[in-house]
Write a protein that binds this ligand. Structure first.
Ligand SMILES: [Mg+2]
Length: 312
């Protein structure tokens, strides 16, 4: 039985819309599927972010996107119409993994099967990383030479990597046979919204593959892992989770994450999850609110302002 009903923010009464806006200080928002699609923009999202900021909301962007660097994120925000977002306002698994490694594996070498942008972030944080670049056609003998562990590593890191190949996974497995080697992963997305008519598969099952055969429980530092939430709360000094609104387009990634972190949650229908999926979702995947898109906040603020002007 469902006890929680998700309400569309534009179907609330004006008083409820005011109460809703006053119920949070922080807006924590996903990016892909909310602010833009991976390959195309979404309309009026930059304007909405500027508006939320002008209303005094602290806006933080919490994304599992680990294939864009800070410069590219700021370019993407500019392309949808906002120049008010700074690189420190964006947190993704790369940054969280770098923080984790510096804190818990200081000075230790890491084998990364992550993408080149992530590897650059790790190197910039002073982390000694080993990667595997394949140029030749492999046979059993050359594969065996290639995947033989070189020196001890403290962790294997895996996340989105469009160039991921078998030899990298095979070497990661060899390293994970060492009892001290941890398995660290980013987000748990099953799909990624590329454009309005295409979603592609996520990378979570490659992490599960390594976990299954190495018998190592992965340390997940992306949505929906509560450990990622703890890092964010510490970074941005969030002491009252209920005063945060988490906005995302994925029930299993964003809404699950918002719920486990104790945030209020809002699903936007501009990305991965559909209204139909929301209506039949389990309780912990069911958002408090939903909207067609982030831009619905523009109309909501107009409603509130019009009423305020009428009262005067
Ligand atoms: Mg998303």
């Amino acid at each position: 039985m469902h006890t929680k009903t998700s309400r569309h923010i534009l179907e609330l009464s004006v008083q409820e819309q005011k109460d809703f806006i006053n119920s949070f200080d922080f807006v924590l928002s996903d990016c892909d599927g909310v602010v833009w699609l991976i390959l195309s923009p979404l309309p009026n999202t930059g304007r909405t972010i500027n508006l939320l900021k002008s209303e005094g909301k602290k806006c933080i962007f919490v994304t599992n996107n680990s294939f864009n660097n800070d410069e590219q994120f700021l370019e993407k925000f500019a392309s949808v119409g906002t120049n008010l977002v700074k690189s420190e306002d964006v947190i993704n698994p790369n940054k969280a993994i770098a923080m984790y490694l510096k804190k818990y594996k200081p000075g230790e070498r890491v084998f990364s099967v992550n993408n080149h942008v992530a590897n650059e972030v790790f190197r910039n944080n002073g982390i000694d990383i080993e990667t595997l670049d394949i140029t030749d056609n492999l046979d059993p003998a050359s594969l065996a030479r290639l995947i033989k562990p070189e020196q001890k590593v403290g962790a294997v890191v895996i996340d989105i990597n469009f160039n991921l190949n078998y030899a990298e996974l095979a070497k990661a497995y060899q390293y994970l046979l060492d009892k001290d080697c941890e398995l660290i992963m980013g987000g748990s997305d099953t799909h990624m919204p590329m454009s309005a008519d295409m979603a592609t598969l996520g990378f979570v099952d490659f992490a599960k593959y390594l976990s299954k055969y190495s018998h190592k429980q992965p340390i997940a530092l992306g949505k929906p892992s509560p450990r990622f939430g703890d890092i964010i709360k510490e970074m941005y000094n969030i002491t009252t989770p209920k005063r945060c609104l988490f906005i995302g387009d994925s029930l299993s990634s964003d809404i699950a994450f918002g719920t486990v972190c104790g945030f209020q949650t809002l699903l936007v229908l501009s990305g991965t999850s559909t209204k139909e999926e929301m209506l039949v979702a389990e309780e912990n995947l069911r958002p408090d609110y939903y909207a067609d898109s982030l831009a619905d906040f523009i109309e909501l603020f107009q409603n509130i302002k019009l009423t305020n002007n009428n009262i005067k």
